[in-house]
Design a protein around this ligand. Sequence first.
Ligand code: B12
Length: 304
Amino acid sequence: MDTEKTLSIGEVAKLTGITVHTLRIWEHRYGFSSHMAKPPGKHRRYYPEEIKRLKLIKQGLDIGLKPVDIVNLEINTLSHEVESYGARKGYPIAVHPLQVIEKWIELVRAHDENSLLKEFQLEWEALGPVGFVEDRCSHFAKEIGDLWEIGALDVRHEHFGASLLKDFLSQHWRKISQDLVPDSNAAPFVLATFPGEAHTLGLEMVATVLAAAHKRAIYLGRSTPIEDIVKSAVETGAYGVAISICDRGHSMNSLELFAQLREKLPSSTVIIAGGCSAPSGIEYVNTFSNLRSFYDWLRIQDMP
Ligand code: B12
C-alpha cells in the first residue's frame, strides 16, 4: 500500500476519539500489524481503512466491551460483536449507527439522490425526529467532514450530502409544524446564525427538535445581522433566540455578538446556543451538549 496515503497517530486520534496514549498502548500490547504501515526508520502510520474499525472499537468500549476482546477483531466480526453485545445490554439500535452512515456515504459518493432520500426517510420513521437528528444526522455530518479531511471525499460530495440532508430536514420539520403546532400566535423561537457563519445544518436540526416538541420556529437562517434577529424576536414576542455556531473563526467574536444580543433583546427572551464551536460559560446563554437534552428542556418550559 501507498504509505503517502497513511495517517499519523495524532490524525487517527482526532478522527476516532481514541487518545494517542491509548493507541500507543494498544500498538504495544496488541500489535495491529496488518492494519499499519511502518516506513523504514519512521513512526508507524495507519491505513485510512483502519479508521472505520477503530470507530467501531470505540463504540464497543463505550457500551462496555473490553479492549482485549475486540481490539484485534476484523471489521465484520467486530461489527457483529458490538451489535449483539449492544442488543444484549438493551441499548437501542441507535447506539451503533456506523453501518447506516457508511451506506449513506456510499450513496453520497454515487450522487444517488433518490436512494439517499429513501434511506433518510426509513431512518426518520424508525427513530423519530429527535433520534434521527441526534443519532444519524450529526454522525453523518461529522463523518462527511472527517472523510473530507483525510481526502477520502471531495468538497462536492460534502456539498451534495449536506444540502440533501438540509432540504430533507427542512421539509419534514415544516410539515410537522403545520400539523402539530396549531397556534400560530404561540411564542416562537427565532433561529439564526451570526454574520459570516454559513453552516446551517445545525439550525435545521434545532428546528426539527422544536417541531417535535410542538414549539414554533421562525427560521431566519444563515448570516443574519444582530439587529434583524432582535427585530424578529421583538415583533413576534419570541420566547427564545437560538444560535448555531460551527466555524471556529466566527466563534471568536461570538462573545461580543452574544453580548449585543443580550443587551438589545427584552430581558425575558431566552438565548440558546449550540454547534461544535459554540462558546460555553456565558451565564446568560443556555448551551446544550446534544439535541436530546435540548428536547427534554423544551418539554418542561412553561411557555405562553
Ligand atoms: C456540512 C459542512 C459544510 C457545508 C455546510 C452546509 C450547510 N448549509 O450547513 C458546506 C460544504 C457549505 C461547508 C462550507 C464551509 N465549511 Co464546513 N463543514 C461542514 C461539516 C462537514 C459538517 C458541519 C455540520 O453541519 N455539522 C453538524 C452540526 C450541526 O454538528 P455540531 O456543530 O456538532 O452541532 C451539534 C449540536 O451542537 C447541535 N447544535 C448545533 N447547533 C445548535 C444550536 C442550538 C441552539 C442547539 C440547542 C444545538 C445545536 O446539533 C448538532 C447535533 O448534535 C463540518 C465538519 C465537522 N466535523 O463538523 C465542516 C466544517 C464545520 N467546515 C469548515 C469550514 C472551514 C468551511 C468553509 C469555511 C470551507 C471553505 N474554506 O470554504 C466553508 C464555509 C463557507 C463560508 N462562506 O463561510 C470547518 C470549520 C473549521 C473551524 N475552524 O471550525 C469544518 C469543521 C471542517 C474542517 N474540519 O475543517 N461546510
